[in-house]
Every structure is written in C-alpha cells, then in structure tokens.
Design a protein around this ligand. Structure first.
Ligand SMILES: NC(=O)c1ccc[n+]([C@@H]2O[C@H](COP(=O)([O-])OP(=O)(O)OC[C@H]3O[C@@H](n4cnc5c(N)ncnc54)[C@H](O)[C@@H]3O)[C@@H](O)[C@H]2O)c1
Length: 320
C-alpha cells in the first residue's frame, strides 16, 4: 500500500514511517521542517518539503491513505500564540481533508492527544470522558477530531484518531529532539548529558503517592504498531477514537529515579511551583485500542523506555 505521512520528519511521524516501510509499504513524507529534521525522514521514504495547507499539490488517487502527524504541539506556546495553533493545526487539517476528498483518498489516521480531555474527573481516562481542553493546543486537536467525525458521516471517510498520552523512547535512529524540549524524559536525559544543570520538578504537593504529577508513558514503537493496526481497522463512514497509553502511571520522581539508574548520573532536582493546567494524574484506559484494533503494547517497562531514549540522545549528540 502507498501512504502519505504528514509530519514524517518529526518524532512520532518518523518512527511510524519507518514501521510502515518495514511492513513493506510505500511511504511519502510531507513535512515543512518547521519543527522536524530532514535526517528524521527514513531512508526508504520519498520526501516532499512542503506544507499540509498545499497538500492538494501532491496528493492523488495513487495513495491508499494518509497518516496525519503534522501539527504544532507546545502547550505553553499555544496559550500565548493561539492563532498559530488554529492556523496550522485546524487550518492545515482542513486543507488536508479537502485534498483527500478531491483526490478520492478515503482513509485517515490522525494524531490526537490526551490534551483533548483537560482536567479529568476520574482516571483512568476513557474515550467517553468529557472533552474540556485547558489549552488552545488541546482545543485545536479536539476541533480536528470533530471535523473528522463530520467528514466520515458526510463523505464516507474511514478514520481513526489515536489519542496519545505521553509518548517516549526511541526506535533505532528515530527519536525525540524537540527544540525547545518540553517533555520530561528527554529533559532529564539532558541533565545526564551535562547539557542542563538540574531538572525542575513542578509541584511536589499533588495528591499522588510522592506528591509529584503522574503520567502514562507509552513507547513510541508500541504507538507505531497501533497506527499500522488502525489503517486496517478503519471503516468507511466511521470515525473511531482510541486512547493510547499503558494504563500505568509513573510520577515525575519515579522517572527521574529511573534515569539515575539507567545513566548512572545523580540528576540534581530543583523544586519549582506548580504549572497552571497540570492535572495531578493523567492515565489512559486503552481498552478500545485493544478491542477494536487488536493492539497489544509490549514495551511498557519504564527502564526500557528510558534506555532507548538514552541511546538515541547519545547518538544525536555524537552527530553534532
Ligand atoms: N509527542 C507526544 O508526546 C505527543 C502526544 C500527543 C499527541 N502528539 C501529536 O503527535 C503528532 C506528532 O508529534 P511529535 O512529537 O512527533 O511532534 P514533532 O514536532 O516532532 O513533529 C511534527 C512534524 O510536523 C511538521 N509540521 C508541522 N506543521 C506542518 C505543516 N503545516 N506542514 C507540513 N509539516 C508540518 C513539523 O516540521 C514536524 O516534523 C502531533 O500532531 C502532536 O500533536 C504528540
């Protein structure tokens, strides 16, 4: 099969593109390199440096489907520059859906997010939980989910939205290198590499066992498996929404301790005030993905996730 991967020069898109190639598919990556890297595009994929808002230029009926990762995803930035998020995430997705309709490409897998739920009333979070995003980023992703639902109903699109919790780890040469980095594991690894003096712990008085926030870390390769399954599970006229997480929460302190064990570095901590809009616990109920996609994550062990991320972090530092 032949797939267009938008955002395939970024973290998750590059890992999924590599998985698609390994499964024998033909892949074209469409990425404007706004936050991604040319080196992130897997060697076997065709590369188009371009914007999803111009997707109609490259999408034609020869494609069997689209995997749509391209977006801005910094929560804090979205609060101060919301227009950037509406423009790119919502405007871009609208143009992509129009191009798909025009070209007669009827299958879509979309990167949605746990940020569509906002502060949960109960955990683990199910797909039926209220969606009350606390940032323009989460709201922009939720708007795209709504857009996709109506596209499926009106025009028969076969669509799956995957709501990722905290993606982590690496897959060989493909891993996380956001700039600026905002995710916990790569930030703590920067301390281990001597690129940052200490890790800030935002709040240690949450109602959790050690007082720090608890998150659900999912290995990026397990996430990639779910995308390939979603392509097969997508049905015309239906929009399936699935949470992707392990259902195990790890606290900020547990992550830091695991990085100490994996790297042998003492990792100094600095206490910092809570950040606005940071819920105490975000853990996924991923039963829908297991039942409807037949998804079975196999890399839930936090030490393994951190070890893969550590290997990748060291490899890109050696490159520079
Ligand atoms: N990383 C996570 O933990 C996480 C969690 C939940 C959801 N997501 C979602 O997963 C997707 C991928 O996230 P990531 O962490 O890989 O981010 P990333 O920034 O590494 O990748 C996004 C890619 O999209 C490209 N891009 C952005 N706007 C574009 C446009 N208009 N046209 C073409 N290319 C464009 C960027 O250059 C980049 O390569 C995003 O949609 C994000 O919202 C990520």
């Amino acid at each position: 099969m032949k797939y267009l991967v938008t955002g395939g020069a970024g973290y998750v898109g590059s890992v999924v593109a590599q998985h698609l190639l390994e499964a024998g598919h033909e892949v074209t990556v469409l990425d404007n390199l706004s936050t991604g890297f040319r080196a992130g595009v897997p060697a076997g994929a065709a590369f188009v440096e371009g914007d999803i808002r111009d997707a109609a230029k490259w999408l034609d009926a020869s494609f069997d489907g689209v995997l749509h990762f391209a977006a801005f995803s910094q929560v804090g930035e979205s609060v101060v520059q919301p227009e950037k998020y509406w423009e790119n995430n919502v405007g871009g997705s609208m143009a992509l859906l129009a191009a798909m309709r025009e070209a007669g490409v009827g299958t879509l897998v979309f990167s949605s997010t746990a940020a569509t739920y906002g502060e949960p009333e109960r955990t683990p979070i199910r797909e039926t939980a209220p969606t009350r995003p606390t940032s323009p980023y989460g709201a922009s992703k939720l708007a795209v989910d709504h857009m996709i639902t109506s596209e499926a109903v009106a025009h028969g699109l076969a669509a799956v939205s995957l709501r990722y919790f905290n993606v982590a780890g690496a897959y060989g040469a493909y891993g996380e290198r956001h700039d600026p980095e905002s995710h916990l594991i790569p930030l703590v690894l920067q301390v281990a590499q001597g690129r940052r003096e200490a890790i800030s712990v935002y709040g240690d008085d949450y109602p959790t066992p050690d007082g720090t926030c608890v998150r659900d870390y999912i290995h990026v390769a397990d996430l990639a498996d779910a995308h390939l399954l979603a392509l097969t599970a997508a049905r015309p006229g239906e929009h399936l929404i699935c949470n992707l997480g392990n259902g195990n929460g790890f606290s900020v302190r547990q992550v830091i301790e695991t990085v100490r064990e994996v790297t042998g570095h003492p990792i100094p901590e600095v206490a910092a005030p809570r950040r606005d809009g940071d819920p105490a616990v975000l853990v996924a109920a991923a039963d829908t993905a297991r039942e409807k996609l037949g998804w079975n994550p196999t890399r839930a062990d936090l030490a393994g996730i951190v070890a893969d991320a550590w290997e990748f972090a060291q490899s890109i530092t050696r490159e520079h």
